[in-house]
Design a protein around this ligand. Structure first.
Ligand code: ACO
Length: 318
């Protein structure tokens, strides 16, 4: 038993902030942001839009693409670090918004690796035969925890959501072939939010040591990808597409250089929506499907690193 992605959906809010729009509020430039990160713009949720609104829209599109209905889903996992409410979980709000009555719904919090964590959890539930169809959603409103006066972080992130619909399937070499997740709390001070329910009572703002996070990202994302690909019985060069977490184009170039991978096999769309944390991987895959890059049967490697540090990888036969 395994699991196969049978639908992929996305949602991006209407409001766009281009790099040039920052010129008046902070000392930065389009040139600096493009050169250092590859980012050109980011989407920002409206005041009355919450994370579950974004997640619900992405989930509904994934269900529609699979030709199914909300009632066909029996598991909902939402990866998010920007929940609507302290409780219940954002996945519960999504469940309610899309009208699913009988399903288990909960959140996974692993920041930028959240989607791979959620995918691993869902795949394992389906492999065990405990559920039949799982929505795996990455949804974020990072704009709510950004200090808009801190140029070292506020230019890097955006809001958005992406979703997979997974179905339990029998058969070899189809769907999710391998997943692997890791974490190391010793490096938690490299990237964190300086607030929380039981510490300050406020949600706080993102704080980051960019250079160190960059170094860990290249090392750990590359190693994770190598390991999951080997566990699936393949070599990195067998991958048709590599979908790394979209934080910085230079991180992706460095991984491609280190492992001698052709850069044109990497799916890169950080230019279009910046770093949307747990939503980057499904958003990148959604875009690649729309462009006709990823096709049925392709072998795809996913990898991500986020605050924690958390990191991981997955290999999917699409
Ligand atoms: N505009 C102009 N100048 C800036 C800006 C900005 N937006 N931000 C920082 N600078 C300045 C700094 O103040 C510094 O100036 P100084 O030399 O006078 O002190 C100079 O630019 C260089 O700063 P560095 O931090 O050394 O720049 P670097 O080349 O490392 O790029 C960046 C910074 C883009 C954050 C990079 O380190 C990075 O991408 N790190 C990865 C972090 C990341 O993507 N985190 C996201 C979450 S984790 C993840 O998703 C993997």
């Amino acid at each position: 038993m395994g699991s196969k992605v049978i639908g992929c959906g996305h949602y991006l809010p209407k409001h766009i902030i281009k790099n040039d729009d920052f010129d008046k509020s902070i000392e930065t430039s389009d040139e600096w942001i493009r050169q250092r990160t590859g980012i050109e713009q980011r989407f920002i949720a409206a005041k009355d839009e919450v994370t579950s609104d974004l997640g619900a829209k992405a989930a509904l599109e994934a269900i529609e693409k699979a030709g199914l209905e909300p009632k066909d889903i029996d598991l909902i996992i939402c990866a998010t670090s920007t929940p609507d409410t302290t409780f219940p979980a954002t996945a519960i709000h999504i469940q309610n918004k899309i009208g699913i009555k009988r399903a288990a719904a909960f959140d996974v919090q692993a920041v930028c690796s959240g989607f791979i964590y959620a995918l691993a959890v869902a795949d394992n539930f389906l492999r065990l035969g405990q559920h039949k169809r799982a929505l795996v959603i990455g949804a974020e409103t990072l704009s709510r925890i950004m200090n808009w006066k801190d140029r070292s972080t506020c230019v890097l992130f955006g809001d958005g959501a992406g979703a997979f619909l997974l179905e339990a399937r029998n058969g070899d070499n189809i769907g999710v072939l391998t997943t692997k997740i890791y974490s190391d709390g010793e490096s938690s001070e490299l990237l964190y939010v300086d607030g929380g329910v039981s510490s300050t009572g406020k949600s706080g703002y993102i704080k980051m040591n960019g250079r160190e996070v960059f170094r860990h990202a290249v090392e750990k994302m590359g190693k994770a990808l190598e390991e999951v690909t080997r566990n699936a019985g393949y070599k990195l060069n067998d991958l048709d597409w590599i979908v790394p977490h979209q934080a910085n184009k230079r991180i992706m170039i460095a991984i491609a250089d280190k492992y001698k991978l052709p850069f044109d096999r990497m799916i890169v769309d950080v230019d279009k929506h910046a770093n949307t944390s747990s939503a980057t991987i499904p958003l990148a895959i959604y875009g690649a499907l729309e462009e006709g890059k990823i096709k049925e049967g392709d072998l795809i490697g996913l990898t991500a690193l986020g605050a924690g540090l958390t990191w991981g990888g997955a290999v999917i036969r699409w």
